[in-house]
Design a protein around this ligand. Sequence first.
Ligand SMILES: [Zn+2]
Ligand SMILES: [Zn+2]
Length: 227
Amino acid sequence: MFSGAGATVISFSVRKTILRVVDQAAELAQVTLAPERAGLVSVVESRQLAFDLEQRPVAKPTAANVDLLIKATLDTHEPELELPAVRVSGRMRRTLGSYMPSRKQIAISSRLLAMGEDDDIRQVVLHEVAHAIVHARWGSKPSAHGREFRLVCNEIGAKPRRYVDVATAQWGSQVRYLSKCGHCNVLIVRKRRVNSVRCICGLKLYPKSWRAVAPAERGTDGDWVML
Ligand SMILES: [Zn+2]
Ligand SMILES: [Zn+2]
């Protein structure tokens, strides 16, 4: 029954919806239920954790499309310039992209890659490519977003501005935190980095670290993408 590709897609989207609902139910239960009703809490929790048994894959964000966009842009506008592969950074918060002249390297925020709109990613990448081209043509003399920068932006189709406007307000609600039970290796997913969590194997865990992840909906390999 689930052998066809269509069936797989349907079951995936249903699973996601259920996962969200269960996620929210567990969240609500944890917040609103008094400790004496802990029995009910553990029922809700085990429902969510049972879902995690499916072990949605966790993948590193890939920037292959970004590298392709950069290469295509350079091939047309600055064919002599070669840049190393884009660095995907999980540490960038306010900055969505950067260009480091000493390494000729463009870095892109993993959050932008995982949760940004395609056009936002494109604009940020082209903005950084413009910096790279300015550096290749004029060295470090021109001011960062000066005349030369605007010239190159117009040439490659980037907005000739200091900033790229990206709506990031809703990204936070998509982020989840993931830990692994050291006993049974089940992945545990929560909306917050809680201090303790009980696994379906019965073990109470006090995770030292939670890994921030986002749902992979951009054609990446895993169901979760690391941030
Ligand atoms: Zn800039
Ligand atoms: Zn376990």
